[in-house]
Design a protein around this ligand. Structure first.
Ligand code: J2J
Length: 552
C-alpha cells in the first residue's frame, strides 16, 4: 500500500468514479500540465523573479532535471519534504520538481519558526528540509539545523543561496538538465499515481496544533483548472501573488499553477509592499494580482497618496483570506482601476469567487459563489438543519477538490468532517437568493490576523507554560488594518505580575512565528464563563471591542 495513504481519507469509490466520468479528475499528475504548456508555447515566458526569467521550455526542463536530481540524491517517491522558501523561482521550480517525482512538499510559511517547523516535520516524517540561507537578518540555516536535530527523519537540508557547511546547495539541483527528452520519458514512465498526495497544505487551524491537508494530483489539478476558469486566466495573463506562495490562494486558486496551466506568466515577488508591487506591476505588465484585504488597503492608500499610472495593466485584483469590508471593496475600481474579485476560500478545498462580470453590488458586498458546478454547499443551524437563503448559519461543503479528512488526525476529523463527508469550516455564512455567499462571522476559535490564521488553543496552551498565569483566553480584537489582532486575557497567581513584553518574549523563546504573538494583554480578576462552565469568549470579544472603541 501507499505509504502516505494510511493517514489520508479517500473519497468514496463511487464518487471518485463519478468525478472521473464527469471529467473533473483527469488522472494526470500535476507536472503533465506544465509539459502540455511547454509543448504548446515553448518560448513563452513562464516565470519572472527579478532579473531571472524562464521560458516554458526552460521551466519544464528544470522541473524534470530537478525531479531526477532529487531522486538521485536519495529521496524516493512518496517521501515528504518540508519547504520553507520565500516567493522565488526556486520555490516554483522545486515545487514542480517534487510534483513530477512524486515527492510531497509540506508547504510551510517563511514566518514559521522552530515550534511550527519541528511539529510539521515530525508529523509528516519529512526526509529533507528546504530553506533559504537567510531572509533579511534571520538565518534559516540555523533554524533548519535545530529542526533537523529535533526530528530524526530529516536526512538533508537543501539551502537556497549560500548553503554553508551543513547544507546541500539547492540551485544546482534545479539547474537545466543535459538530456531533457530522456528525463521526460523516464519521469513519464514513473509518474505518480494521480490519486496520491501531490502536496500537504497547512490548515488555518482551530485545534491546538496545525493540521495537514492532503491534496491529490487529481483534486488539485481540478482546483487549479476551475479557479483559472473563474478568474479568466489565458495566455495573456501575467499573475502576481503577494502572499507567500505556499498558501493555497497564491499557489493554486488560480495562483502560479494557474498561470502555468494557462500558459501565462507567474511573477514571483517576496514582498507585498506597495512600492515594490507597483513597480513590478508596471515593469512586468501584471494583469491579475492576489492579496489579502489588509494589503489591498495599503495599495489603495499608496495609490491615493502617490497617484500615478503604474497599475495601468492590472485588470483584476483578487482579494481573499479574510473578510473584506464593503467600504474597502468599493474603492478598488475607482482607485486602482482594476476589477475586484472577492475570494472566500480554504486550503481544505471549497473556493468561492465573485466573477469579473458580476454587478458591483455582488462584487462589493459578497464573497462570491463556488467555482465548480460540483461543489456542494449547505448552510445549517446548530442542529444541522438546512436554513433558507438569507439566514446565516454554519457552512458545510464537499466536492471533487474538498478532501474528506486531515492527514493522520482522526480526532480532528471527527469534529471537522460530519456524516456524509461534509467539511465544516467553522464559518458563519449567509446565502443570498442569487447564490452568492456573504461571510458573517465564524464559530471556530481562531484569530484571522490579516489573512494569517492563529489558533486560539495553540497560543493558550503555550501561555499556560508561564508560571504567573492561572487562566488564559486568546481572543480576536478588532483592528482597522488587519481586521483582527490577537489579544490575551489572563488571570494571575496571587501577587504575580505580567507584562505583554514578558509574554511575547516567552512565546518567542518557544519558537513560534511572530505573527502569532499577542499584541495586547488584559489582566483580569476572573474570566467570564458560560452556563456550561467554558470561558465565555463572546463576552471577551465584546469587552475588547468596547475597550478598543473607548481608546479610539
Ligand atoms: C472571510 N473569511 C475568509 C473571505 C478566507 C483563497 C482565498 C483564501 C484562502 C484562505 C484560500 C475569506 N472572507 N473572503 O485558501 O485558496 C477565512 C475563512 C476560511 C479560512 C480559510 C484560498 N477567505 N476566509 O484563507 O485555509 O474563515 O485559506 O475558513 O488560510 O479563512 O483559511 P485558509
Amino acid at each position: 500500500t501507499h505509504p502516505t495513504r494510511e493517514g489520508t481519507v479517500p473519497w468514496p469509490a463511487e464518487l471518485a468514479a463519478e468525478f472521473r466520468a464527469k471529467g473533473y479528475w483527469e488522472d494526470r499528475a500535476l507536472g503533465a500540465y506544465v509539459h502540455d504548456t511547454a509543448d504548446r508555447l515553448p518560448e513563452k515566458t513562464a516565470l519572472v523573479d527579478g532579473a531571472v526569467g524562464m521560458t516554458y521550455r526552460e521551466l519544464a526542463d528544470r522541473m524534470d532535471a530537478g525531479a531526477e536530481r532529487l531522486l538521485a540524491l536519495g529521496l524516493r517517491p512518496d517521501d515528504r519534504v518540508l519547504v520553507q522558501l520565500p516567493n522565488s523561482w526556486q520555490f516554483a521550480v522545486l515545487t514542480l520538481a517534487c510534483f513530477r517525482a512524486g515527492i510531497i512538499p509540506v508547504m510551510a510559511l517563511p514566518a514559521h519558526r522552530r515550534y511550527e517547523l519541528a511539529f510539521l516535520a515530525d508529523l509528516a516524517e519529512v526526509r529533507a528540509l528546504v530553506v533559504p540561507d537567510r531572509i533579511k537578518e534571520f538565518d534559516h540555516r540555523e533554524l533548519a539545523a535545530e529542526v533537523a536535530e529535533a526530528v530524526p527523519s530529516v536526512e538533508w537540508t537543501l539551502v537556497s543561496g549560500d548553503a554553508g557547511p551543513a547544507g546541500t546547495p539547492l540551485e544546482p539541483l534545479l539547474a537545466p538538465g543535459d538530456h531533457p527528452a530522456g528525463a521526460r520519458a523516464r519521469l513519464d514512465a514513473a509518474a505518480p499515481d494521480p490519486d496520491s498526495p501531490a502536496c500537504f497544505l497547512l490548515s488555518g487551524g482551530t485545534t491546538g496544533l496545525p493540521k495537514l491537508i492532503t491534496r491529490t494530483h487529481n483534486d488539485y489539478a481540478y482546483n487549479v483548472r476551475v479557479c483559472s476558469e473563474a478568474a479568466g486566466l489565458t495566455e495573456e495573463t501575467v499573475y502576481l501573488g503577494t502572499l507567500p506562495a505556499s498558501h493555497n490562494f497564491p499557489l493554486a486558486c488560480p495562483g502560479i499553477l494557474g498561470a502555468f496551466f494557462a500558459g501565462g506568466t507567474a511573477v514571483m515577488l517576496p514582498s507585498p509592499s506597495p512600492a515594490r508591487v507597483f513597480a513590478t506591476v508596471e515593469a512586468e505588465r501584471v494583469t491579475i494580482a492576489a492579496a489579502v484585504p489588509a494589503v489591498a488597503q495599503r495599495w489603495i492608500e499608496y495609490q491615493q497618496e502617490a497617484g500615478g499610472t503604474q497599475l495601468a495593466s492590472l485588470a483584476v485584483l483578487q482579494v481573499g483570506g479574510s473578510r473584506m469590508p464593503d467600504e474597502l471593496a468599493r474603492k478598488v475600481r475607482p482607485v486602482l482601476g482594476a476589477q475586484l474579485q472577492q475570494v472566500f476560500g480554504m486550503a481544505e478545498g471549497l473556493i468561492n469567487m465573485t466573477r469579473v462580470d458580476d454587478p458591483d453590488d455582488v462584487v462589493c458586498t459578497t464573497q462570491g459563489r463556488p467555482v465548480s458546478e460540483a461543489d456542494e454547499v449547505r448552510i445549517v443551524d446548530e442542529l444541522g438543519r438546512d436554513l433558507p437563503d438569507g439566514e446565516a448559519g454554519a457552512i458545510l461543503t464537499r466536492g471533487p477538490y474538498t478532501p474528506r479528512g486531515y492527514y493522520r488526525a482522526p480526532e480532528a476529523n471527527e469534529r471537522a468532517f460530519t456524516d456524509g463527508g461534509w467539511y465544516a469550516s467553522g464559518d458563519v455564512v449567509e446565502r443570498r437568493p442569487d447564490g452568492n455567499l456573504v461571510v458573517q462571522g465564524r464559530d471556530k476559535d481562531m484569530i484571522n490576523r490579516g489573512g494569517e490564521k492563529i489558533s486560539a488553543e495553540e497560543i493558550e496552551s503555550l501561555v499556560y507554560r508561564l508560571e504567573e498565569v492561572t487562566m488564559v483566553a486568546a481572543v480576536a480584537m478588532p483592528d482597522p488594518v488587519l481586521g483582527e489582532r490577537l489579544c490575551l486575557y489572563v488571570t494571575l497567581r496571587p501577587g504575580a505580575e505580567l507584562t505583554l513584553e514578558r509574554v511575547q518574549e516567552a512565546l518567542r523563546s518557544y519558537g513560534i512565528a511572530a505573527f502569532k504573538l499577542p499584541e495586547r494583554l488584559v489582566v483580569v480578576e476572573e474570566l467570564p464563563t458560560t452556563k456550561v462552565g467554558k470561558i465565555n469568549k463572546k463576552e471577551l470579544r465584546a469587552d475588547i471591542a468596547a475597550r478598543q472603541a473607548a481608546l479610539a
